[in-house]
Design a protein around this ligand. Structure first.
Ligand code: ASP
Ligand code: MG
Length: 457
């Protein structure tokens, strides 16, 4: 049995939709489960719709029209059987009328809770599974559209950023899937969300369909998780910065997890967690180049000759420096700061402490808000707060980084050679990563210099 995650960019045009349908229909495996994202652009559109609806009801019908046209065109163009086409259009109309009610609810109350927003955002995936399941039926394969919350993919934690309840999901989900699989049907499941134990729809964070697919693979004991995207998988660097970056054919779980966490925008950062627990291999494939090997992710650790496998850079990272002469000695200070930020739903990416300063690595977008929250605590031994926005994070990832003598020296020699000043270094947090902070304006030249040093040949 294999689980296939299909991204929204693979659904956006008639060509790509047919391409993924071909891939699924042509697969030799007998048991296939599909986990699907919304058509690309739809989740952003829903997010905007929820925001607009808080202000006024006036724009709601226009916002719905956009979704109606987008999906209707795809349905009409791709499905030949008039009956299947009709049924799918009805299904779409039903989903859009539900969405309409939700948006008017938001407009009339003038507020959109996180729980409500998750319910609204989930509608994109619900539409998408109808579209793909119908395409499979049109090709003579019984595709069954299923909503993740209704088939007991269970999550907990904060709305907008839920975590899977893996054991509970493993007990409940197979009951919905085993019969259809046995008779050769293909479940087409919404990614991105599940339900809480109380039955509310909860999303797993943006890009969460990768994670959903890993949850399904875990719960169903799949042999393999295939993640179909519009890229070749992981590369030695971002090809926009390093045009000759090379594809990586294999990564260990931990390497893939670190690369995702630090911003190689390929996988949702928590995707590796469920599959690593069961030793399930994942492979990232390009929908437009199905014959290319893609990147395999699995349990074996391979030591690369040059140790480093990939250089990542992330511009979205900012810092908040907290200064105070005795900060490093204040018991309980971090707890205060961390809880103030987590109460405000701000995610702390990393903390680097010294005697007189604590540096919080945050998303740039959260830095000012975090400063205000911490200032609000009125901590006497905190002298001042310094938001730092013109920075970026660079990370090198590879099995053996922690143990290889002289490696850091080589990295920083290359960095210095590019004229880059390193603002801060963190290493040791993970065995396979070293990361540091530089000025954002030096991102390109720094990544190129490291890439040249390690991948010259
Ligand atoms: N559609 C959701 C998003 O855009 C989930 C996903 O694409 O994985 O964030
Ligand atoms: Mg998406």
């Amino acid at each position: 049995m294999i689980v296939l995650k299909i991204g929204g960019s693979s659904l956006r045009s008639l060509d790509s939709l047919q391409q993924v349908t071909d891939i699924i229909v042509g697969m030799p495996e007998t048991q296939k489960i599909i986990v699907l994202s919304a058509v690309s652009g739809v989740t952003n559109h829903l997010l905007r719709s929820a925001e607009e609806a808080v202000q006024t009801e006036r724009k709601i019908s226009g916002l719905l029209d956009y979704l109606e046209v987008l999906h209707r065109e795809l349905i009409v163009a791709s499905i030949r059987d008039p009956e299947i086409r009709h049924r799918t259009l009805d299904e779409m109309a039903y989903l859009l009328s539900r969405l309409e009610k939700l948006l008017y609810g938001v407009a009339y109350t003038g507020e959109c809770s996180r729980r409500m927003r998750d319910l609204i955002l989930s509608q994109g995936e619900r539409l998408a599974v109808q579209l793909l399941a119908a395409n499979l039926c049109d090709r003579g394969v019984e595709g069954i559209a299923m909503d993740g919350d209704k088939i007991d993919i269970v999550g907990s934690g904060d709305f907008g950023n839920g975590n899977a309840e893996l054991e509970l999901t493993s007990r409940l989900l197979p009951q919905h899937l085993l019969d259809p699989l046995r008779r050769g049907a293909v479940p087409v499941i919404t990614g991105f969300f599940g339900r809480t134990e109380q039955g509310h729809t909860i999303t797993f964070g943006r890009g969460g369909t990768d994670y959903s697919a890993a949850i399904v693979a875990y719960a169903m004991d799949a042999e393999e998780l295939q993640i179909w995207k519009d890229v070749d998988g992981f590369l030695t660097a971002d090809p926009e910065v390093v045009p000759d970056a090379a594809p990586l054919t294999y990564l260990a779980y931990e390497e893939a997890a670190e690369l995702s966490y630090f911003g190689a925008a390929i996988l949702h950062p928590r995707t590796v967690e469920p599959i690593a627990k069961k030793g399930i291999a994942a492979v990232i494939k390009n929908t437009y180049k199905p014959e290319a090997p893609g990147t395999r992710i699995g349990p074996e650790r391979h030591l690369h000759q040059e140790i480093i496998k990939s250089v990542v850079a992330n511009r979205k990272i900012g810092m908040l420096r907290l200064h105070g002469a005795s900060l490093g000695q204040q018991v309980g200070f971090l707890k205060l700061a961390v809880s103030a930020l987590s109460d405000a739903d701000i995610n702390i990416i990393s903390v680097i402490t010294a005697q007189t300063a604590v540096n919080l690595l945050l998303n740039k977008a959260d830095v000012e808000r975090s400063a205000a929250k911490i200032a609000g605590l009125q901590i006497p031994y905190l002298d001042h707060l310094e938001p730092v926005l013109d920075v970026a994070l660079i990370g090198v990832v590879g099995e053996g980084i922690a143990e290889t003598r002289g490696l850091a020296g080589r990295v920083f020699t290359a960095v210095a050679g590019a004229g880059t000043n390193v603002e801060m270094i963190a290493s040791g947090a993970s065995r396979v990563t070293q990361y540091f902070i530089i000025k954002e304006s030096q991102l390109e030249s720094t990544v190129q210099a490291i890439h040249t040093e390690f991948f010259r040949s």
